[in-house]
Design a protein around this ligand. Structure first.
Ligand code: FE2
Ligand code: FE2
Length: 111
């Protein structure tokens, strides 16, 4: 859970730095997953130990689709605007001027 919180936050920082609106659909998907993970964690701590296995299975099923669509779209977008993910800066900030995206980069938001 901690890893996922950090991972999603990093992607969302990159989105904000490159023209995405804060409430874009990729970030909404992240929020939904985190919400589910927190609920599952609470059930787990409340003694339903098998729920963790079921969540792991569900996440394993969910992850490839997310990585191949939204994360891949974000990566393509970051590359196209010249974003440096190490320094988290744009070589040319004017590359994203007047661009506000609520979608998911190069992929549509259908699920
Ligand atoms: Fe990701
Ligand atoms: Fe993502």
């Amino acid at each position: 859970l901690n890893h996922t919180v950090e991972h999603f936050a990093q992607e969302e920082r990159w989105m904000l730095a490159t023209g995405f609106s804060a409430d874009n659909c990729h970030a909404e998907h992240h929020a939904t997953i985190l919400e589910t993970m927190r609920v599952v964690e609470a059930h787990y701590l409340d003694s339903d130990t098998t729920i963790i296995t079921r969540m792991a299975e569900a996440l394993a099923e969910w992850f490839p689709g997310h990585a191949n669509s939204m994360d891949a779209g974000l990566a393509a977008h970051l590359k196209s605007v010249g974003f440096d993910s190490v320094t988290e800066t744009l070589a040319d900030p004017s590359a994203i001027q007047n661009v506000t995206m609520s979608g998911c980069g190069s992929v549509s938001c259908s699920s």
